[in-house]
Design a protein around this ligand. Sequence first.
Ligand code: COA
Length: 260
Amino acid sequence: MNFENLLWSEKEGVAFVTINRPDKLNALNDKTLDELEKAFTHVRDNDALKAAILTGAGEKAFVAGADIGELAKLDPLGGKRAMQKGQRVLSLIENLGKPVVAAVNGFALGGGCELAMACAFRFAAENAKFGQPEVNLGIIPGYGGTQRLSRLVGRGIAAELILTGAPVDAAEALRIGLVNRVFPQKDLLVETEKTVRIIMAKGPLAVRFANEAIGRGLDMTLAEGLNLESNLFGLLCATKDAKTGLNAFLEKKKPEFQGA
Ligand code: COA
C-alpha cells in the first residue's frame, strides 16, 4: 500500500504501520488521519493480516500530537468535527478485532499519547516521553485522552497529567501502567514483534473475544461485563478452535488453530 505520510510493510501476517512525517515529529494532520483509517481498515478486512504494530519514523518521535497548525484554524463546529474524526480513527484501531500494539519510539504527546492508548498495549523505547500537553495551548485532549487515560492509569494520575500538561519519561510511564515494557531503542521493534507473534500463535477468535471483553467490559457494570464474558465464552464453545485447543491439551499435542 502506498501512502504520503505512512510507511507500510507486511511480514508473515503482521502489518507494520509507521507514521512518517519526521520533519514535523510525525504530528497527525488530517491527511495522516485519513491514511491511518485506510491502513487499519485494510488490516481489519484482510484475512492474511493477523496483527499490526504501530510506530513512528525516526528515533525522536512516535507522534508529537495533532498538527497544531491545523488546530489553530478550527472554528467551533470544525473543532468538534475534527475531534470526532480523530476519535473515529482511534476507535477503529481499538476495536479492530486483531491486536494492534504500539511501539513508542520517542515523543508520544497529545494525539500521539491518545493514539498509543487506543492500541491494545504499549511498549516503549527508553527515550520515549508521554504526555497530554493540550492545556499549554488552551485546549483539552480531543482524541479520547480524557477518557482513555483515566481508564488506563486511574483518575488521580490522569488528572495530574492532563491538568499540568507535564510529560513523563518511559520509566515513569512504566510505573503508572501507561506502558507495559521499556526497551533500548534498538530492541523496541524486535521485542514488540516477538510479543505480537506469541499472541498470533494463540486461537485468533479467543484473542479477539478476550480483547473485546476487556475493552467493552470497562464501559459496563461488573454484572454486565460478566454476562458479556460468559456469552463470548459460550460462543467460543461453538468454534473449531476451542475444540482444537482443548483436545490438543488432552492429547498432549500442539494445537493448530485456524481462526474458525
Ligand atoms: N504539530 C505541528 N508541528 C509540530 C508538532 C505538532 N504537534 N510538534 C512538533 N512540530 C514541528 C515543529 O513545529 C517543528 O517544525 P519546524 O521545524 O517547521 O519549525 C518540528 O516539528 C520540530 O519540532 P521542534 O519543536 O523544533 O523540536 P524540539 O525537539 O525542539 O521539541 C517537542 C520537541 C515535542 C517538545 C515540541 O516540538 C513540542 O512541544 N511539540 C508540540 C507538542 C504538543 O503540544 N502536542 C499536542 C498538540 S495538541
